[in-house]
Write a protein that binds this ligand. Structure first.
Ligand code: FAD
Length: 317
């Protein structure tokens, strides 16, 4: 079923979460082990992230460096198929502009359509490690809005090869990313929201936000989006802090601010367990406030670790 249908049919706030494919070489059982404890909260859908290739270097004798292109977390499509098969829950693969030509994109979409996947999150992706700026493939997309346009075209039976006959139409529900604290490259929030509107105008059906730790930022973002004419569901993305180290890692990696109160709660703690508990409690109170405000879905970044998300879901759902 489409995410938008899940939302329309829901009588209360839904629970969903995002997982990462395991590192190459690991077994799919690690994924099932992280999903299983969360199934009691009846997620209507589970997102599976996509990870593009990275540049890696191996040192050769004599100090020379050999450059290799590696994909550390392949398997997004296979995991989606396995989730739908095993749990009967809609799996939502993420798809990127980065590393994909238009033809790769078309083939990816054909694959997931054949597997009965009805939802997809369309993203640009980040610059690869060791590069400052994002670089599209020579025949790829520069922005997520262009990727949305290609998915919509396929939904209308328009393929890259216009001469194909007996064309079948896909029917994807398309999610896109939104940033309550603006995307790191955007000059300001209003400009970023104007580009978010481009993705919706191109045909995206819903927005999932980057993680945030201050609900007021989410509420203000939604208000600005509505004022800009974005009417689709905006799903808040949440992540509990689980260690003191994340106080510097999360803002650096995701360009989000942490509220003073959360920082001092974590610094007050005397052990790793207590710090984790403080992060969980903060996320519970964020979730309860958002639920009270009537958000359609609470979407958690589980990062493959279900223990904290399970504690939060027990308190919220
Ligand atoms: P876009 O919407 O294309 O925007 C990128 C930047 O370009 C923004 O600053 C925007 O303001 C600007 N922009 C947009 N259109 C234009 C235009 N026409 N002209 C000029 N500027 C423009 N990454 C992964 O690698 N794999 C994942 O699975 C993944 N999942 C994610 C899920 C969510 C919910 C979120 C929030 C992020 C996810 N990311 C993932 C990270 C994402 O790929 C990065 O944040 C990336 O840098 C931007 O992607 P986007 O789709 O928001 O890009």
């Amino acid at each position: 079923m489409k995410i938008t249908e899940h939302i329309q049919n829901a009588k209360e706030t839904l629970f969903s979460f995002e997982i990462l494919p395991p590192l190459k070489g690991e077994n799919i059982d690690s994924i099932f082990q992280s999903i299983e404890p969360l199934m009691e909260f009846k997620p209507p859908f589970i997102d599976v992230t996509y990870h593009r290739e990275e540049v890696a270097y191996t040192e050769l004798p004599g100090g020379l460096l050999k450059k290799r292109i590696v994909k550390k977390r392949p398997g997004t499509v296979g995991i989606c198929a396995a989730i739908q098969n095993k749990y009967g829950v809609d799996a939502v693969p993420h798809i990127l502009c980065g590393g994909f030509s238009k033809e790769d994109t078309e083939n990816f979409l054909i694959d997931i359509d054949f597997l009965g996947i009805e939802n997809v999150v369309a993203l640009r992706g980040d610059a690869v490690k060791n590069e400052i700026y994002f670089r599209p493939e020579p025949d790829g997309h520069k922005y997520a809005s262009e990727l949305v346009t290609q998915i919509v075209a396929l939904n209308n039976g328009i393929y890259l090869d216009e001469e194909l006959e007996n064309k079948s139409k896909t029917n994807f529900c398309i999610g896109v990313a939104g940033y309550p604290e603006k995307h790191m490259e955007a000059p300001n929030l209003d400009t970023d929201i104007a580009f978010l509107k481009q993705k919706i105008d191109a045909g995206a059906h819903y927005v999932v936000t980057q993680m945030f730790f201050d609900n007021q930022k989410f509420f203000a973002f939604v208000e600005k989006c509505r004022a800009a004419g974005i009417t689709v569901p905006i799903i808040p993305g949440l992540k509990p802090l689980t260690s003191l180290k994340q106080l510097s890692m999360i803002p650096q990696r995701f360009r989000v601010d942490l509220p003073d109160e959360l920082i001092s709660e974590l610094y007050k703690t005397k052990s790793a367990d207590a710090a984790k508990q403080a992060g969980i409690e903060w996320c519970i109170s964020q979730s309860l406030e958002l639920k009270k405000a009537g958000v359609e879905v609470l979407h958690y970044y589980s990062m493959g670790k279900s223990e904290s998300i399970s504690k939060i879901a027990k308190a919220v759902f």
